[in-house]
Design a protein around this ligand. Structure first.
Ligand SMILES: [Zn+2]
Length: 481
């Protein structure tokens, strides 16, 4: 096989061709027979497991418990909260038959689990002593979207956590927001090396059934936004629809206060799109299933090659004992150059090259995936060097992500600036009066929606770019996947 058959044919600047080619050629995912439903191959699923395990551990530390609810939701239950149902009904996939017999009631394949969970919550919650109730489930959901599917970003089935908390007071419920968004932000920064913009959704864009929604907005390298992890304060909307009542400390019956929150496999798409390059995948070192590949460079002498093999094994054991995910590429039917290209394409963060020279001097050469730098290091300093390189690469990727996102943010004062530039992507930070009318008109005329209203409003000034009334918010307008 020739090198160019294995490698990428599109450059990152040809983003819409490059992104799917990257995911397929690097063997991160594969397509399935169902349009919009992708296969997570081992390195993608491994990365998701690391995110999931981290978030799960942090949830448990603050008292959130895991549960599992059924995949199927009876239609009558889904209809209970009208606004919520309106929001999801066009995308619901229905089970209508069992074998050849028609079911007496259609069953929805869960698009999200509010309804089925709150049916049980209403039975379980009786008194203030039962609260707070903070349950989470890790599962898959189905939303039969008709827009163009994009792997991870817009797929008909995805994996996520759905947290559903119940509190006795509005104040307690609202206090959960910073806890949860803090965990998500830390997962994005510490694992995926992604920078996001935290803000509040507008009433028009908020989650169906929520009082207020908050999101961490992420940005793809083409300047289009992707909604990342989110948190919704639902107030008493669902507790009233599902009759989740409790006897409070004053012996009075009261409706409970609720929140919902989620992080999904979408973040994997933004992660690989952000960090990868013309050569292929670049994976953040803490999420890479394979962190270090050792490539022995044969010397065409049986004796030396045998010693190279032993030396490589020794290096491998040193790395493994330190907990690093390392392996030797011993395949004898490929050249070292071919192997270099393959592991670069697949995003292994570090490659150790070991030839005759390294063998004789007790050293290795470390090649670093994202910078293409090569460094010689002695074997006794190897662990220290790799640890430092992991930290350095991690910080580099995060800083690059932050720089990229910030470079897409443009402070504008006029609607003309938005109309003129929106086709190039980007986030337009602009004064807005707060009216849904202006928001909808801007969306219809430019395709840009308000991704969110950043929590930090210290720069509030000026007049609405659409109607020229005094601004109430500084909002971020962008095209969004
Ligand atoms: Zn306005």
């Amino acid at each position: 096989m020739e090198k160019n058959e294995l490698g990428m044919t599109h450059k990152k600047k040809e983003f819409s061709e490059w992104y799917p080619e990257l995911l397929i050629r690097s063997e991160f995912i594969d397509y399935s027979l169902v349009s919009g439903a992708i296969v997570f191959r081992p390195s993608a699923y491994f990365a998701w497991e690391i995110i999931k395990d981290y978030v799960d551990k942090e949830f448990k530390k603050i008292g959130i418990e895991n549960v599992y609810f059924p995949l199927f939701i009876p239609e009558s239950l889904l209809l209970k909260e009208a606004e919520h149902f309106e929001g999801f009904s066009p995308e619901v996939a229905w089970v209508t038959h069992a074998g050849k017999s028609e079911l007496s009631e259609r069953l929805a394949v869960r698009p999200t689990s509010e309804t089925i969970m709150y049916y049980s919550y209403a039975k379980w919650i009786r008194s203030w002593r039962d609260l707070p109730l903070r349950y989470n489930q890790w599962n898959n959901v189905v939303r039969w979207e008709f827009k163009n599917p994009t792997p991870f970003i817009r797929t008909r089935e995805f994996l996520w956590n759905e947290g559903h908390s119940v509190f006795a007071s509005e104040q307690e419920a609202r206090a959960e927001r910073d806890q949860i968004l803090g965990i998500y932000l830390k997962a994005l920064r510490e694992l995926t090396c992604l920078y996001g913009i935290v803000g509040k959704k507008t009433d028009y864009e908020k989650f169906a059934g929520a009082v207020e929604s908050y999101s961490i907005e992420l940005v793809m390298p083409d300047g289009w936004c992707v909604q990342g992890p989110d948190f919704h304060y639902d107030g008493q909307n669902f507790s009233k629809a599902f009759d989740i009542k409790f006897i409070n400390k004053e012996s009075k019956e009261e409706y409970a206060y609720q929140n919902t929150y989620a992080i999904s496999t979408r973040v994997l798409g933004v992660m690989v799109a952000t960090h990868s390059d013309d050569k292929g995948l670049v994976l953040p070192p803490k999420l890479a299933q394979k962190q270090v590949v050792i490539v022995p460079i044969p010397a065409r002498s049986e004796d030396i090659d045998k010693k190279l093999q032993d030396y490589s094994e020794k290096v491998l054991n040193t790395l493994k004992e330190h907990g690093l995910r390392a392996f030797i590429d011993n395949r004898d039917n490929y050249t070292p150059g071919y192997k270099f290209n393959e592991w670069e394409l697949k995003g292994v963060p570090f490659r150790l090259e070991i030839g005759k020279k390294e063998l004789e001097s007790n050293t290795v050469v470390i090649a670093i995936r994202d910078t293409s730098e090569k460094k010689g290091v002695s074997l006794d300093k190897l662990i220290e060097a790799i640890d430092n390189e992991i930290e350095a690469m991690h910080n580099r990727l995060y800083e690059n992500s932050k720089r990229m996102v910030q470079s897409f943010i443009h402070n504008i004062e006029s609607y003309d600036e938005l109309k003129k530039n929106i086709a190039n992507g980007g986030i337009y930070h602009a004064p807005w009066c707060g009216s849904t009318d202006c928001e909808i008109k801007i969306k219809q005329e430019t395709g840009a929606k308000i991704t969110n209203i950043p929590l930090d409003q210290s720069d509030l000034h000026g007049r609405c770019i659409y109607c020229n009334k005094e601004a109430r918010y500084m909002a971020n307008f962008a095209r969004s996947y």
